[in-house]
Design a protein around this ligand. Structure first.
Ligand code: ZN
Length: 180
């Protein structure tokens, strides 16, 4: 049975370390960790989670975009596990949009990200894959990949004036007509 994991909060050193490459993808405790991360991100209304956020400094993250109370306008996709990911291409064009983080609850910031990226990774079945992502999902991938390198979204916000608390952010997206 999958377990709900505790989520590391900003200030814990695990969020500031470079995570280690995964060796054996078929390792049973590693597969159990992935199941637990899938359960944890769904329970927390997250759209992604990286292993360092559950105190495991390894190069694994999950992207799981779906419309939910924390991201009302998120597109729906099957949760996807990316192991040892590497960006192989990124668009020159960037765009700024809102991000939050389960490790920094209650805060949102405007973060510039590449509009589209291509990423090479291993699936949880050890299959080498390369996928192109755009828009909101490309944003999630870049956010989670940052976690594997000890970077959080606050590091990429261009001005502290582009940081807001969740309560006010909900009003802003409602005004922009993005909340459904
Ligand atoms: Zn995060």
């Amino acid at each position: 049975m999958a377990r709900l994991l505790q989520i590391a909060q900003l200030g814990h050193p695990v969020l500031r370390q470079r995570a280690a490459e995964v060796g054996d993808v078929h390792d049973l405790p590693l597969q159990a960790l992935i199941d637990d991360m899938l359960q944890t991100v769904a329970d927390a209304n997250g759209v992604g989670i990286a292993a360092p956020q559950v105190y495991e400094s390894r190069r694994i993250f999950i992207i799981a975009s779906w419309p939910n109370p924390r991201y009302p306008y998120a597109p729906k996709m099957e949760p996807t596990v990316l192991i040892n990911p590497a960006i192989t291409w990124q668009s020159e064009a960037t765009e700024k949009d809102w991000e939050g983080c389960l490790s920094i609850p209650g805060m949102r910031g405007l973060v510039p990200r590449h509009k589209a990226i291509r990423v090479r990774y291993l699936s949880r079945d050890n299959e080498p894959l390369e996928t192109e992502y755009s828009g909101f999902v490309a944003r999630i991938v870049q956010h989670e990949l940052d976690h594997l390198n000890g970077i959080v979204f606050l590091d990429r916000v261009e001005s502290t004036r582009e940081l807001v608390m969740q309560k006010e952010w909900l009003k802003i997206v409602a005004r922009q007509g993005r909340a459904e």
